[in-house]
Design a protein around this ligand. Sequence first.
Ligand code: SAM
Length: 434
Amino acid sequence: MDFKEHLKKYLSEKEIDQLINSLTLERTHSLIINPNKINEETFQKKFPKVIKHPFLKNVFYYEHKDYDFGKSYLFDNGLFYIVDASSLLVSYFLEPKENSLILDMCAAPGGKTISTSLNYKNVEFISNDISYQRALTLSSNIEKLGLSNISVTCGDFLQINNQINNSFDYIILDAPCSGSAMFRKMEEMEKDWSIEKVLKQQKIQINLLNKAIDLLKPEGFIIYSTCSFSFEEDEEVILNVLANRDDAEIVSLPHIDGEYRSSELNEAIHIFPHLYKGEGQFIAKLQKKKNDSLVKSIVDKKTINYKSSELNKLLTNYDLHFNCISNMNNQIYGHNFNFSLPKNIKFIRKGINICEIKNKDILIPSFNLAHYLNTEKSIILDEKEVKSYLHGDTIERNNLNNGYNVVSFNDINLGFVKCVNGTLKNLYPKGLRH
Ligand SMILES: C[S@@+](CC[C@H](N)C(=O)[O-])C[C@H]1O[C@@H](n2cnc3c(N)ncnc32)[C@H](O)[C@@H]1O
């Protein structure tokens, strides 16, 4: 069966033609700004050709010919995150309440976790991916934005027993899929498409969704999403799971402009590029029914497994307070909650990476810490110095005390320097130097 034929499961000939035609058009570009660093008005003044999304907070469209945001130092320093405007609808529909614990089961490279963390305060995330390399990318994206409420893990929740069932308030399941909604972004997805691949993914998606319901607290919510146009990976997954268990139900998503709903499951929505400015996406919301099973707490509110006077000095200097301090492979993390997870789910980061331990007791502040801090105590660079700094050069400055300092430009922290007798030694990460 070819791609066009398989869409007949839920679309008319006319709708299929419109959808396939939209896949030949230029893809859209969008980003979400980091409201901890800039507001919508200032961003729009700085980049007047961006266009505000009609209803998503902090989201802008742009043309690639106007701005190459992906290559800007502002991207590396967390002023915004480049992400498709359709995928941002996941956090829009999730609407987590304050103080809730969210599991993002398939999180890398981070669009859903990051947009939710930027838009909702006082929520805590465990953001996981099965791929170690992709989990590292997720971790470094979080690092640039200076987000402090995310623990990144690597593992497969399908491989764990039921010890942490009934633990999470919300689960984002952005499932691995055949990727037909990415045809405009990644041509190789199109060449690689087959109905066999779709059906293989469907089995994994059904298993993941069943596991997600197990892990959810009674009355908690799941957003299930894919970037596939296939009925088999979208509606059919939900219908299959709901037909086989009676502890969850579908929740109707509120109406948005540009949505498409199929008659087979009209509580969920498809995003099609000819109806909405963005790539394709399927989104459904489920709720676990109220029941008497015991809610598990996997949260520990105080753990200190590293102490040193140097660390205390660093924390005091920047007025930092964390309930938990963890040493993971000589990287020190500050976070407010510790989580007990099964052994085969490995932590990659917990909250803010404060510093690295070098030679037993020498602490080198991390790039992540620079992005977490406000600019109050930073050394302000001028335009010429910024170029040198981003290039990785040293900068000469007199009248500064020896030691580590953050440098900033236009009210954005760039990273750390070490002042040694009037020379600012550069700690900007080597991979990001321009
Ligand atoms: C659609 S992508 C996720 C995109 C991500 N949510 C975002 O917004 O940037 C699917 C991810 O699922 C991961 N994955 C596949 N099988 C998995 C499993 N069993 N457990 C966890 N992650 C899995 C893949 O490595 C991939 O990164």
